[in-house]
Ligand binder design. Structure first.
Ligand code: HEC
Ligand code: HEC
Length: 335
């Protein structure tokens, strides 16, 4: 009897000290994670100093949805809202760019303010946009342990926050829409969707030069002829470079999941895709300075001259870019 108690006591002490040890000195761990790049997409670049791991990715995902990194109750996931393809329309001011397939992007923000790696872009978000208070993170025992596990750091720096967020961004990939399935020969499009596709991918609508095949963006900046008069501070990429050749140029937004949004263009001036299509059909300001040469080809002098049927079909085709698996993916939602 006595012996049994002694053994039990001994075991309890052992257990107690083991637990305590773990709390005081969490271990780093690296469980490699392989990104599921959508089929037919090019390989994704991952920088050597931020190799993907389960621990880092889960930390990035937690941060994405946590208001702790802001000083005013904001979290990335509030404005970049999963049900709307990681964009949203409830934010006043500039239209929210969606978080989708940004691991392949080189330019970020509407005016291409950032031409850098995802890690550097995240550093900008943390330091300049959110002005993250690192003291708050360092005072949080859970985060201290998670950062130690993921990156082996005892003191959390903004670089660590940015690196973890970049890990999550590399998994925000959408490539399973009806359009993707069509490209992989997994299903057929309707007659009307096919007509819309032909308009999109031929000179008739001429959308594909900028919203090109896989990403539905060329990751470049253009003046697509929205305006011919530009207010101060509304001159597009010119506001960044001061180069007059950049007046009116904005980043080509991806059209993936555009059906889920209700604000379009950098300033959100259009509230439906019908309005956008009518703009391209008949509203392009051909006299705009620096307008992209594609917008002023001779045959476009009087607009695209699409019939109502063509416009309806083009709209149907734009809706094939909607990826419901993406917006419902539980691995991307708030943990
Ligand atoms: C208050 C709403 C709001 C919150 C919160 C927010 N964003 Fe944004 N985000 C925007 C808007 C608006 C834009 C477009 C701004 C622009 O280009 O002028 C944007 C653009 C971006 C872009 C550029 C996307 C592209 O295609 O170039 C990235 C990356 C980004 N946000 C990351 C983040 C991260 C990371 C967080 C959390 C740390 C975050 N955002 C939180 C509103 C928000
Ligand atoms: C010369 C390049 C170019 C061509 C050609 C072009 N676009 Fe665009 N598109 C852009 C740019 C740049 C923007 C963003 C402009 C801005 O906000 O100032 C844009 C914005 C859009 C948007 C708004 C997306 C959002 O999330 O705000 C839609 C939808 C769109 N284009 C569809 C089309 C369609 C349909 C066609 C063919 C009829 C087309 N585009 C042709 C460059 C182009």
């Amino acid at each position: 009897m006595k012996l049994r108690f002694a053994i039990l006591f001994f075991l309890l002490v052992l257990l107690g000290s083991a637990c305590k040890k773990k709390d005081d000195n969490p271990q780093t761990s690296f469980t490699p994670y392989e990104i599921q790049v959508p089929k037919q997409f090019p390989a994704i670049d991952v920088p050597a100093d931020n190799a993907m791991s389960v621990e880092r990715l889960q930390l990035g995902r937690k941060l994405y949805y946590d208001t702790i990194i802001s000083n005013d109750g904001r979290a990335c996931g509030n404005c970049h809202y999963q049900p709307q393809g990681f964009s949203s329309d409830h934010v006043p001011g500039n239209n929210v760019l969606p978080h989708v397939n940004l691991g392949w992007s080189k330019y970020f923000l509407w005016k291409g303010e950032k031409n850098c790696t995802l890690e550097d872009m995240m550093l900008f978000e943390v330091n300049d946009f959110f002005e993250t208070n690192l003291n708050k993170l360092n005072a949080n025992e859970t985060y201290r342990q998670l950062f130690y596990k993921a990156y082996g750091v005892k003191q959390i720096a903004s670089k660590d926050v940015a690196y973890a967020l970049a890990q999550f961004f590399r998994t925000l990939n959408s490539g399973n829409s009806k359009y993707d399935k069509y490209r992989r020969h997994e299903l057929a499009l309707s007659q009307n969707e096919r007509n819309g596709m032909i308009i999109f991918f031929t000179e008739k609508g001429d959308c594909f030069h900028c919203h090109n095949e896989i990403f539905l963006t060329d990751n470049a900046l253009h003046n697509n002829g929205l305006d011919s008069i530009f207010d101060f501070g509304e001159k597009g990429r010119f506001d960044v470079t001061g180069n007059v050749n950049d007046i009116g140029k904005y980043k080509t937004p991806t059209l993936r999941n555009c059906e889920l949004r209700h604000k379009f263009m950098h300033d959100g001036r259009y509230t439906s895709l019908e309005q956008v299509i009518e703009f391209y059909n008949s509203g392009v300001k051909q006299t705009s300075v620096n307008i992209d040469p594609l917008m002023t080809l001779p045959y476009k002098e009087n607009g695209l001259q699409l019939t109502q049927q063509d416009k309806d079909d083009l709209l149907l085709f734009l809706k094939t870019f909607t990826d419901t698996a993406y917006i419902h993916n539980p691995e991307l939602s708030k943990p």
